[in-house]
Design a protein around this ligand. Sequence first.
Ligand SMILES: *Cc1c(COP(=O)(O)O)cnc(C)c1O
Length: 402
Amino acid sequence: MARALSWIEIDTRAIADNLRAFRAQLRDSQLMAVVKGEAYGHGMLPVARAALDAGADWLGTFNLHEALELCRAGLAEVPVLVLGYVPISDLAEAIDHGIRITVSSPETAEAAGRIASEQASRAFLHLKLETGTHRLGLEGAALERTLAVIEKIPQLVLEGAHTHFANIEDTTEHDYARMQLERFEQQLAAIRQAGHELRQPHTACTAAAILFPRTHFAMVRVGIGMYGLWPSKETFLSALQENKPAPALRPALTWKTRVAQVKRVPAGAYVGYGCTYRCTRETLLAILPVGYANGYDRLLSNRGHVLIGGLRAPIRGRVCMNLTMVDVTDVPSVSLEDEVVLLGEQGDEKITAELMASWAQTINYEVVTRADPYAPRRVLGPDGRVEAYLPRPGAMLPGSDP
Ligand SMILES: *Cc1c(COP(=O)(O)O)cnc(C)c1O
């Protein structure tokens, strides 16, 4: 097999330690490991495995494909909840596998009821309640219609209800989150008054889990924190301000490549497309085999740096589709195929997801989630050695999209 030009290392010890740090802050609430978006770019299967080993009680995905992949890999040892939308035509498969379904419309409840009755099996539903985020979510008459459907059909088990906060990461003022929490509590009370047991209410993402114990309910849904990242600077500041016990988090992902050429160019030489960089001195360049086709953001052009030999090497010129040039004039003895860190630590230096996010005008969530989806993942196990290697995904399937 040809050698990978760039790759991503996932430290499952960090995943496990981060999850345990959240567990330590919970009283009786269960812990859901959120593994949507290919586990925020880390690789869903190894992350789910590590999360289960560290005691996760639930797994959360965005879609049914991910949930079925967990089932096929034998990782559905705990309940799996699809947090996003399940198409009506896929409900039968979800119910068949005992996958928990988020319900955000009465049509979904009706169809699930029909299928569960036909199959003489039970369907486990979690209502998504609208409290002010205004993405998926039920309220008012649609909620009442949905509840009426569930009441009629004994095969439908209303296991949970959840909501998601709109404005908890981006601010140190949490009035809007408190308002959403109040709405959720009112809706919950009304649903219970109507006779539903509803064992499993849940609202908390990472920021809520850290800042507001009142949001924990039966379960917290931890995503970004499990990957060792804070949801935002504001969340960190709020935790300090309000004297909340801040979990010690350690990033799990390192993105690496190797030097593909080293070359000396004279003062005055231009570098890359558009001749946007001109060398002010004789310059030693290292050419890296990674570019925007690999998720290395073009906004890093003439702005970001990489780590080589434990030192920072600034990007010169534009990031190309598959190549990037960096200045290693001040890095001693750089050689062909030296290891380069694009994201993560090397020696005493580190490039955090937050730093890369500031270069690319985005947030740490997007930086890790979009880190080269085609690069192989080297999975470091409990002893810190590579215990699995996931080659490039994306096999071609015969036939057409159903
Ligand atoms: C992604 C997601 C989470 C996890 O959020 P983090 O901020 O990453 O912890 C929780 N709940 C829902 C519904 C989500 O979509």
